[in-house]
Unconditional design. Structure first.
Length: 198
């Protein structure tokens, strides 16, 4: 291909979806490197090559931006793998969650949860962007468990989700004991033991 027919390299700031992806990636990187206390919109803008005004067009403050950056990287890592056994799917996913949350990610979540208690926008981002979608997906997997006969029909799905994942959140926010995949697997086994059909 001749030089005249080559596509010119794009210069300057990325546009549209590209800049949003760059901002989210930069936000998550800074969270992992600096923690929430060292996280600023100015630093994200500089790393992403974006204007502060562009960031504020999408996110109202640094708490909401931090949450969005965190979610963009973390949510895909803890998605459910659907197999023929919904109980097994949830147990395996809980073990992955425990592995992901046992290090920097867990410390980041703890800081974001703390920030959400002071800032309504961060709380909204946490609930709408993370907690509620994860709960709905967990309930869909549990419904599959009911339909295929692995679980009793009369279980309260919200209580089951709290029973499965509440202890993980408790250990993140109140780190009285470590989080591990082995522990999460034992937790799942114990909860499901009381939910199987008689």
């Amino acid at each position: 291909m001749s030089a005249s027919k080559r596509q010119p390299r794009r210069r300057g700031r990325p546009q549209g979806d590209e800049v949003k992806v760059a901002i989210l990636k930069a936000a998550n990187e800074l969270l992992e490197e600096q923690g929430y206390s060292g996280f600023t919109i100015e630093a994200v803008a500089a790393r992403a090559g974006a204007a502060r005004s562009t960031i504020y067009r999408w996110w109202p403050n640094r708490g909401a931006l931090a949450m969005a950056g965190f979610l963009s990287e973390t949510a895909p890592k803890i998605a459910y793998k659907w197999t023929k056994s919904p109980i097994s799917d949830i147990k395996k996913q809980m073990m992955v969650v425990a592995e992901v949350y046992s290090g920097k990610v867990g410390r980041t979540i703890s800081a974001l949860v703390a920030q959400s208690q002071r800032d309504p926008e961060t709380l909204k981002a946490l609930l709408e962007g993370y907690v509620q979608p994860r709960r709905e997906e967990a309930k869909r997997v549990l419904m599959r468990g009911i339909e295929c006969g692995e679980l009793r029909k009369n279980i309260d799905l919200d209580i089951v989700v709290d029973s499965l994942y509440g202890p993980i959140w408790y250990r993140i926010v109140v780190p009285h004991a470590p989080i591990s995949a082995r522990w999460a697997g034992k937790l799942a086994d114990q909860v499901f033991r009381g939910l199987r059909p008689e």
